[in-house]
Design a protein around this ligand. Structure first.
Ligand SMILES: Nc1ncnc2c1ncn2[C@@H]1O[C@H](COP(=O)(O)OP(=O)(O)OP(=O)(O)O)[C@@H](O)[C@H]1O
Ligand SMILES: [Mg+2]
Length: 327
C-alpha cells in the first residue's frame, strides 16, 4: 500500500478516495473516487442535486467527509487542514459578498485572511486584478458591479494567495455569452500553472475548457474520461456524416456497400443535396472509402466528417441508464 508522507502527492494534486457525505438521512455523495493531475483542468459535470457542491466543499475543507479521504497536494484535508487550505483557492457557488467594499479593499482583505505576507498584499492584489481583468473597476464597490465583474472578483479572490489548486463551483453560471467566453479563456490561461476543478451542469462547458470530465449523478460517479472519450468510445460505433449531391437512392445504395459501413441513414435533404449519416465499425475510419465512392460515381462531395454522440446524448444515456439500474 501507499506509505504516503505529507506533501508527497505522486503527481495527483487532488485525490478523492471513496468519499461519502451524508446530511442526516440524505446521501449527497456516495463512494466517489477520482484524481486530478497537476496542471489539469477537470470538469465535474452533473445535473442539479448531483453532489457537485458537496464534493467541492469537502475538497476545500469547508465540510468534513462522512466517510473516505480527500487530499490536496498530498495533505489530508481533515488531518492537515491548514496545509491543504493554503494550497487551495475556492470560488464558491454563492461567493460571500461585501457589497460596501471596493474591489481592491476586498481583495486586500482576503489576502490578509489567506496569510499573504503584508509586504506582498498590494502586489498580489494588482496581479490578480490584472489576471482577472478587474483592474478597471478596482475602486468600485462590489455591490455595484455587474454579475460578470463580480464573478471575476470571485475568481481573483480565489487566486489571491497563488494556490496550486483552484476549485471553481459553476464559474460561468449566470453570465452572458460574452462573459462566458471571457471566463473560459481566463480559466484556460490558469491551467498549467494551477490545477483546476470546475463544476458545471452545462454540457458544452466541459468540452470547451476541460481535459477530463467526471460525470456525477445522484451522488455517484457514472463516467470518467476526456470529452472525446465520452463522445466517441461510449457508443459502439463510429458515426460519419456525409453531405453530397447526387441521386438519393443510388447514393444510399452505393454507400451501403462501402466496406465497414453498417448503417446508412439520410438525415437531411436540400434539393439535390443530401446529408447522410453512416455508422461504421468501431475503430474504423471509413471516410477515405466513402469519399472515393462518392467522387468515383461523379457526385459532388461537399462535406465528410466524423461525429460522436453529443455530450447531451451521452449525459442522457448515462443518467437514464443509472436510473434504470436503480429501479
Ligand atoms: N446542507 C444541506 N443539508 C441537507 N441536504 C443538503 C445540504 N446541501 C446539499 N444537500 C443535498 O445534497 C444533494 C447534493 O447537493 P449539492 O448541492 O452537492 O448538488 P449540486 O450537484 O451542487 O447541485 P446544483 O447543480 O443544483 O448546484 C442534494 O440532494 C441536496 O438537496
Ligand atoms: Mg451546486
Amino acid at each position: 500500500m501507499r506509505a504516503s508522507l505529507p506533501g508527497d502527492h505522486h503527481g495527483h494534486m487532488i485525490q478523492v478516495e471513496h468519499l461519502t457525505k451524508r446530511y442526516g438521512p440524505t446521501v449527497a455523495v456516495s463512494d466517489v473516487s477520482f484524481e486530478v493531475q497537476k496542471g489539469e483542468v477537470l470538469g465535474f459535470l452533473g445535473p442539479n442535486g448531483a453532489g457537485k457542491t458537496t464534493t467541492m466543499r469537502v475538497i476545500t475543507g469547508y465540510l468534513p467527509p462522512t466517510e473516505g479521504k480527500v487530499s490536496v497536494a498530498g495533505f489530508d484535508v481533515l488531518e492537515s487542514p491548514i496545509e491543504a487550505k493554503r494550497r487551495t483557492g475556492y470560488l464558491p457557488e454563492n461567493p460571500p459578498v461585501y457589497p460596501d467594499m471596493t474591489v481592491s479593499e476586498y481583495l486586500g482583505f482576503v489576502a490578509r485572511i489567506k496569510a499573504v505576507p503584508r509586504a506582498e498584499v498590494k502586489k498580489r492584489v494588482e496581479e490578480v486584478s490584472e489576471k482577472c481583468a478587474v483592474t478597471d473597476v478596482r475602486g468600485r464597490q462590489i455591490g455595484k458591479l455587474s454579475k460578470g465583474y463580480r464573478q471575476r472578483v470571485g475568481l481573483a479572490q480565489a487566486l489571491i494567495h497563488n494556490p496550486e489548486v483552484l476549485v471553481l463551483d459553476e464559474p460561468t453560471a449566470g453570465l452572458d455569452p460574452k462573459q462566458i467566453i471571457e471566463t473560459r479563456e481566463l480559466i484556460k490561461n490558469l491551467a498549467g500553472q494551477h490545477t483546476v476543478v470546475l463544476s458545471t451542469h452545462i454540457l458544452p462547458e466541459v468540452s470547451k475548457t476541460c481535459q477530463r470530465v467526471v460525470v456525477i449523478n445522484r451522488g455517484q460517479v457514472v463516467a470518467v474520461g476526456t470529452p472525446d472519450d465520452l463522445t466517441h468510445h461510449l457508443q459502439g460505433y463510429e458515426t460519419v456524416v456525409v453531405t453530397a449531391e447526387g441521386p438519393a437512392a443510388e447514393m444510399i445504395d452505393k454507400l451501403q456497400r462501402v466496406e465497414g459501413v453498417n448503417l446508412v441513414e439520410p438525415r437531411d435533404a436540400a434539393g439535390e443535396r443530401l446529408t447522410i449519416e453512416l455508422h461504421a465499425e468501431r475503430g474504423k475510419d471509413v471516410r477515405p472509402e466513402v469519399a472515393r465512392a462518392v467522387v468515383e460515381a461523379g457526385w459532388k462531395l461537399y462535406e465528410i466528417k466524423t461525429t460522436g454522440l453529443s455530450l447531451e446524448e451521452i449525459f442522457l444515456q448515462l443518467t437514464t441508464k443509472d436510473l434504470g439500474e436503480a429501479n
